[in-house]
Design a protein around this ligand. Structure first.
Ligand code: AP5
Ligand code: MG
Length: 218
């Protein structure tokens, strides 16, 4: 049976980095609600302005909107064989919706949390840069680009920093995660659908562990 992989973890844990590898190497669609909302926020509409304000402040977008985005995106044919959710669900309402969606689509749910201590998350988010063209994720401390502030794949493109990666916003996002999202770990654990990976390991080691979990080798 095909799977929905729910990648969980605090801001900066490495969800996006791993989901991009899973997409590239296993062909599993990577669905990041954060990325979809950031793209939406660039439009010139009242909704876009609202999304931008909430996202930049480190709060959560309404369940209604996020649920609509996920159900529309996962209805596309590329998701028939399963997919990776990065940053969804984040609330108990979203988790309940995902149960229904999984049943309707005929997928089982496997959650995986990437564990990283809070003090490391601050440095990961402070050092993160990404390419506005391809979305490649870098880090000035842990994964620097070949040339400072330029994308390796698009050398004429300057890397950008997310507005919610300022230290004060990261504190808000961490608090939001603890309050709204961490309880979902117990929820998946109680139904034996939670695996844990050590997020301090290097990227390849984490990827290998995730791949084994997804393919059912462990
Ligand atoms: P979102 O974009 O999902 O942000 P997040 O959950 O805070 O997570 P991040 O993207 O910051 O971190 P990541 O785990 O992807 O880490 P990354 O791989 O980049 O959400 C943003 C906002 O959108 C939310 O605050 C909210 O407003 C809204 N939103 C999104 N989903 C929502 C929902 N479902 N409901 C309501 N609102 C929602 O890695 C971080 C850095 O570390 C990088 O620089 C990377 O190079 C580096 N790194 C990664 N792995 C390693 C490693 N193993 N060793 C060393 N460095 C590493
Ligand atoms: Mg991310």
């Amino acid at each position: 049976m095909s799977k929905i992989i729910v990648l969980m973890g605090a801001p900066g844990a490495g969800k996006g980095t791993q989901a991009r590898l899973l997409q590239e190497r296993l062909g599993l669609p990577h669905i990041s609600t954060g990325d979809i909302l950031r793209a939406l926020a660039t439009e010139q509409t009242p909704l876009a302005r609202e999304v931008k304000a909430v996202q930049s402040a480190g709060g959560l977008i309404s369940d209604d909107l996020v649920i609509r985005i996920v159900s529309e995106r996962t209805r596309r044919p590329d998701c028939l064989g399963g997919y990776v959710l990065d940053g969804f669900p984040r609330t108990t309402v979203q988790a309940a919706m995902l149960e229904t969606l999984g049943r309707e689509q005929g997928h089982t749910i496997q959650a995986v949390v990437i564990d990283v201590p809070a003090e490391v998350l601050q440095r990961r988010t402070a050092g993160r840069r990404s390419c506005p063209v391809c979305g490649e994720i870098y880090n000035i401390y842990f994964k620097p680009p070949k040339v400072d502030e330029l994308c390796d794949l698009h050398p004429d493109v300057a890397l950008v920093r997310r507005t919610d990666d300022q230290a004060d916003k990261v504190l808000v996002r961490l608090a939001t995660y603890e309050r709204e999202t961490r309880p979902l770990l117990d929820y998946y654990e109680a139904s034996h659908r939670l695996a844990r990976v050590d997020g301090l390991a290097d990227t390849e080691e984490i990827y290998n562990k995730l791949r084994s979990i997804i393919t059912g080798e462990i």
